[in-house]
Design a protein around this ligand. Structure first.
Ligand SMILES: [Zn+2]
Length: 205
């Protein structure tokens, strides 16, 4: 499976946002230039939107960008990452989102499955068996997660024999440079800045 091979590369970042997400200012074109300069494969995964990924794809001369989306599964209070899709998928029920991803020939990956106490998500969602069966992969490394949350996700992926995906969850350009580097202070700063950007955007637009 080609996607599985991609996930094992060192120069991969499967979770990046653009200004098409309410909490990010990043330019799709700048992400493409970053990917070219540092020889990376990057999936653009905006919240419930693929316009940023499509914009990036237009100037992606070296084919380094994967069209993705981070879709809110309202019924289980979790987010599902879609990779290699063609059409935007609306937030909705987890099972329907996964089916739509598969119908489009894409891969469905559970985003940061054990992140807790983070903005809108107060507790860790419960993952029903049918959803676990249906997903292709689990995000086992998210740079914004704590080490404990990532360790739990890795164990979960191994138990259920799922593809392991990793990403920075970058919302700002400088986060791309940290890639898979993780530290608590950095996370606190990043989360603080993300909330700040959200508030500034509310005022400006
Ligand atoms: Zn994200």
């Amino acid at each position: 499976m080609e996607f599985e091979k991609i996930c094992n590369l060192d120069n991969i970042d499967l979770h990046v946002h653009t200004r098409y997400s309410a909490d990010s200012f990043m330019s799709p074109e700048k992400i493409v230039r970053f990917a070219e300069k540092y020889k990376k494969i990057i999936a653009i995964t905006d919240h419930n939107e693929i316009a940023g990924a499509l914009e990036a794809k237009k100037c992606d001369r070296e084919n380094r960008i994967i069209i993705g989306e981070e879709i809110l599964a309202l019924d289980i209070g979790a987010e599902i990452l879609a990779y290699d899709i063609r059409k935007k998928i609306e937030a909705g029920k987890a099972a329907e989102i996964i089916k739509e991803i598969h119908d489009q020939g894409g891969m469905a990956v559970l985003a940061h499955p054990f992140r807790s106490g983070y903005l809108w998500r107060k507790k860790i969602p419960a993952y029903p068996d049918d959803i676990i069966q249906a997903i292709d992969g689990v995000e086992v490394w998210n740079t914004r997660n704590s080490r404990k949350e990532n360790a739990k996700a890795l164990l979960f992926a191994e138990n259920y024999k799922k593809i392991k995906a990793r990403g920075s969850d970058a919302h700002m350009m400088w986060e791309l440079y940290f890639g898979n580097y993780n530290c608590i202070l950095l996370n606190l700063l990043k989360n603080f800045l993300t909330v700040l950007i959200k508030q500034i955007k509310k005022i400006r637009f």
